[in-house]
Every structure is written in C-alpha cells, then in structure tokens.
Design a binder for this molecule. Structure first.
Ligand SMILES: [Zn+2]
Length: 119
C-alpha cells in the first residue's frame, strides 16, 4: 500500500493552488500533488509543464493510481478519447519519479519482491 501524503494545513480554494480529481483513486488533491496527462496519438503523455492543449486527466504520482485508472479506463473517459490509451509512458514516468523520491518502491511495482530478514 502506498499512502498519500496529506497536507497538514487545510487550505481552501482561495486562489493558492487549484484542486483536481485523481482519475485513479477519485480523491481530490492539489495540482501540485498530481500529474497532468494528455492523449497524443493514442498514447498517454505526461504533461510535465501543464501547458499542452486539450483536455487533461489528473493522477497522483502513484503507480497504484495509474493502474487503477487504467483498469477502470478512466483515462479515455476523462480525456474523451475513443478506444484504448496506452499508459505505459505514464506508468514509467511515475515509477521513475517515485524511485527518485527515495521511497524505495520496487521497480516491478507488484510487491513480488520482499525483504527477508536474515536473522
Ligand atoms: Zn490517486
């Protein structure tokens, strides 16, 4: 399980940072905690600078949320795209970010690797 960091200060929408719905876990979060994703030629592309035109879908920086969104086909729905969108690019992007974050998330992401205590 991955825990989402909750902001300790409850800030309301007073123009500080907008709030979006994560298409994976369907929870509201500040855009600072979310990744903007757009559809380009049947592929999901991470919009790192949040400047690409068109509709965007928002998802947590969490492989769980990405795979949840994939399973529920939330990306094509949110982006109003017909058919299937390949989310591999987004998944790799999120995994890389999580690894850089030093949380030690396994690259496989499915929990098959377990730490065994030698004692
Ligand atoms: Zn989420």
């Amino acid at each position: 399980m991955v825990r989402h960091p909750q902001p300790s200060s409850m800030r309301h929408a007073d123009g500080t940072s907008p709030v979006r719905l994560c298409v994976g876990c369907r929870q509201r979060a500040s855009v600072d905690e979310l990744l903007r994703v757009v559809a380009l030629d049947g592929q999901l592309v991470v919009d790192e600078r949040r400047r690409l035109p068109g509709r965007g879908a928002w998802v947590h920086l969490d492989p769980d949320c990405v795979s949840k969104a994939e399973k529920r086909r939330a990306f094509p729905r949110a982006l109003r795209v017909r058919g299937v969108l390949n989310a591999d690019g987004v998944r790799h992007h999120v995994q890389r970010l999580v690894e850089q974050g030093g949380r030690g998330y396994p690259a496989s992401g499915d929990g098959t690797r377990k730490q065994v205590d030698p004692s």
